[in-house]
Ligand binder design. Structure first.
Ligand code: SF4
Length: 331
């Protein structure tokens, strides 16, 4: 049985059920790296250039870990686009090349090009190309992909019920996840790239910290996709980054929601899209308390907790005074 390594980083949190099911349906065994820890981060920092954003460094740490495992292939897709007329950050396009350039003694890479920006024909060829590493039967590869896609839809449905994508993946893998029942008195909209929010090391476990402070956390995956798109379409120019548009649309949606007391955006230091998207959001949601938290490998836990506590205290006071003392810095 061939073994495929899948790093627990970047689009793992959006597509792992699809990728894993696809390879398993073709008779392979899938091995994932452990959840991000200090060693992962250090290995990533050591093997990636300083200028890179934090999630990319963490991804490299996961690859280093998998290189020590007995695997036959390492799945490092070249993600260009996951929908029409929209793109993913250019760093994703170069990842297989960066990995080959920076990490020695790599197993063979499966560097499937994921590009849905134009038509499905190219994707069809890429799926077949990856599948032929495991079987020569084209019908089996197509069936494997279709069945895997259903698994992904199942996980997304779970994420729509208030689970984070990380929790949904755990549930899908058969690991029970407790429902977080606390005496919620605040509702906070939390924005950021999934690979930052759902990686407990990168986000410093911000979701559970907010929950333990009595906040109900609303994530973009819980919101209606059409509603997000319609809010994002209110901007004078279309944002062509898929995740950036999702953040802006979600922020505008949350800003109009009476149920949401405040919005927190977790950005990554060194992230080009975040620097623009965060600024747009700040200017557009004038009526709602908003906090931008920038994370990197130097982020301190105490500083984060202090800011979260201060933000929650401010939301509570604002609720008591019915928002009368809120003045947006952008008017
Ligand atoms: S969008 Fe930002 S955080 Fe994500 S890979 Fe690109 S630069 Fe890094």
């Amino acid at each position: 049985m061939k073994r495929v390594g899948i790093p627990r980083g970047l689009f793992f949190y959006y597509y792992y059920p699809l990728w894993k099911s696809f390879f398993v349906n073709l008779g392979a065994q899938v091995i994932t790296s452990a959840p991000t820890n200090c060693l992962t981060v250090q290995q990533g920092i050591d093997s990636m250039v300083d200028e890179s954003c934090f999630p990319i460094k963490v991804y490299f740490g996961h690859i280093k870990e998998l290189c020590r495992e007995p695997i036959d292939y390492l799945f490092v897709p070249r993600i260009v686009s996951v929908e029409r007329r929209s793109y993913i950050c250019p760093k994703f396009m170069g990842i297989p090349d960066m990995v080959r350039a920076r990490i020695k003694d790599l197993p063979p890479l499966i560097d499937t090009i994921i590009d849905y920006s134009r038509d499905n024909k190219m994707m069809d060829n890429e799926i077949l190309k990856a599948g032929k590493l495991f079987t020569s039967k084209i019908s089996r590869i197509r069936d494997a992909y279709q069945a895997a896609y259903k698994e992904l839809q199942f996980c997304k449905a779970l994420a729509g019920q208030g689970y984070t994508m990380a929790e949904a993946i755990n549930l899908w893998e058969g690991i029970p996840q407790p429902r977080f029942n606390c005496d919620t008195h605040l509702t906070v909209g939390l924005l950021g790239h999934g690979y930052s929010l759902y990686d407990q090391n990168i986000s410093m476990n911000i979701i559970d910290r907010l929950r333990s402070m009595g906040c109900k956390v609303v994530l973009p995956e819980e919101l209606d996709k059409q509603a997000i798109e319609s809010r994002a379409a209110l901007l004078p120019k279309r944002i062509f980054w898929t995740l950036g548009r999702k953040m802006v649309g979600s922020a505008l949606y949350m800003a109009q929601s009476q149920d949401i007391d405040g919005i927190i955006y977790v950005a990554c230091f060194g992230c080009g899209p975040d620097s623009m998207v965060g600024e747009i959001i700040e200017r557009k949601i004038a009526g709602k308390p908003y906090m931008l938290i920038t994370v990197d490998e130097h982020t301190g836990e105490a500083g984060l907790v202090t800011r979260l506590e201060a933000f929650c205290d401010m939301l509570k006071r604002r609720r008591i005074r019915n928002g009368a003392d809120h003045f947006s810095p952008h008017g």
